[in-house]
Write a protein that binds this ligand. Structure first.
Ligand code: NAD
Ligand code: UDP
Length: 340
């Protein structure tokens, strides 16, 4: 069975490729490298001792996608490709709607034209907006506060409409909480462009000395210590959720919508402490104003994923920080130099 992995050279995609190959799936990676490096796939090849078919192209380009479907028989698609920076999406909404929504539309059209109707889509906990209570269940109300979130919400709706129109589609919407960590080899990991927006890469770059000081965005939330609480999930656990979703999808006759989180929230200061312990480095920080659009607390109810997929996160915060640090310290400049 061959899986097309769009955005497979990116952070979550590259880790998922490993587990797909381990599970015996054939894959083909499709990426335009707007936020990734071919080096990530070379390293996955090294880890697995296998050559990975890689096709460069854009999901918005039918010809690019047709080339993939003409060359390979694709049984299912895991669709990671997209833009993901919330702040940037506010500045460049049209780019986000074009890349994420239009790109997914074109992908689905090409899939249908080639008779491939199974897709696992990367959605996000951001579709819950500011939840009234936690833990968050899949049936909670949905909303969006920025173009990135709106693009995810709209794609979910589009895929549901597609299923209503043609019940032979198999669709899984995976709502990720906060993926962090890296493969245990320390050779692949998250490699953000420029100044990281997300907490973990910022902490890791501060620990290694690339950044001077972490700004903790707000210490006056109604949480355990006043700082924001999130459900951090090891990227390898997240990747495993995709393999389990693929294994399961053919037995389902509805659109499956599934949270992938651990069910446990950690505050910014708790994560900082865990990272310091894992790295043996002091991470200087200062308290800064709240970041616009942030919510106090967000963590999953992962019960449905367990019930329906038999999936449950296995790795705790200490392992997440240890693996993030191994990747960061082995690769202080990410994929920009081959030093591991
Ligand atoms: P990433 O940027 O590392 O990976 C996305 C990949 O898609 C990159 O390799 C990029 O080059 C590629 N890409 C982007 N636009 C493309 C296009 N038009 N055509 C072909 N390739 C394209 O991001 P990631 O963290 O691995 O996230 C993967 C998916 O998961 C994204 O859809 C993201 O929105 C979603 N997600 C991520 C997080 C997170 O915190 N990382 C949380 C929730 C959801
Ligand atoms: N955060 C922070 N400083 C940073 C980046 C993030 O204090 O430099 C906080 C942020 O306010 C939130 C948590 O860390 O409470 C996780 O933020 P991230 O951007 O990683 O994920 P998201 O906001 O998308 O859940």
């Amino acid at each position: 069975m061959r899986i097309l992995v769009t955005g497979g050279a990116g952070y979550i995609g590259s880790h998922t490729c490993i587990l797909l190959l381990e599970a015996g799936y054939d894959i083909v990676v499709f990426d335009n490298f707007c936020n990734a490096s071919k080096e990530s796939i070379s390293r996955v090849e090294k880890i697995m001792g296998k050559t990975i078919p890689l096709m460069e192209g854009d999901i918005r380009n039918k010809e690019d996608l047709n080339r993939v479907f003409e060359r390979y028989t694709i049984d299912a698609v895991i669709h990671f490709a997209g833009l993901k920076a919330v702040g940037e999406s506010v500045e460049k909404p049209l780019e986000y709607y074009d890349n994420n929504i239009y790109g997914t539309l074109v992908l689905c059209q090409v899939m249908a034209a080639h008779g491939c109707k199974s897709i696992v889509f990367s959605s996000s906990a951001t579709v819950y907006g500011d939840p009234h209570t936690t833990p968050i269940r899949e049936d909670f109300p949905l909303s969006a506060t920025n173009p990135y979130g709106r693009s995810k919400l709209f794609i979910e709706e589009m895929l549901r409409d597609l299923y209503v129109s043609d019940k032979t589609w198999k669709i899984v919407l995976l709502r990720y909480f906060n993926p962090i960590g890296a493969h245990e080899s320390g050779t692949i990991g998250e490699d953000p462009n420029g100044i990281p927006n997300n907490l973990l890469p910022f902490i890791a770059q501060t620990a290694i000395g690339t950044r001077a000081c972490l700004s903790v965005f707000g210490d006056d939330y109604n949480t355990v210590d006043g700082t924001g609480v999130r459900d951090y999930i090891h990227v390898m656990d997240l990747a495993d959720g995709h393999v389990k979703a693929l294994d399961k999808m053919n037995t389902f006759s509805e659109v499956m919508t599934i949270n992938l989180g651990t069910g446990k929230g950690y505050s910014v200061l708790e994560v900082l402490k865990a990272f310091e312990a894992a790295s043996g480095k002091k991470v200087p920080y200062t308290i800064a104003p709240r970041r616009a659009g942030d919510i106090a607390e967000c963590f999953a109810d992962p019960a449905y994923a367990k019930a329906v997929l038999g999936w449950e996160a296995q790795r705790g915060i200490d392992e997440m920080c240890k693996d993030s640090w191994r990747w960061q310290s082995n690769n202080p400049n990410g994929y920009k130099e081959s030093n591991s």
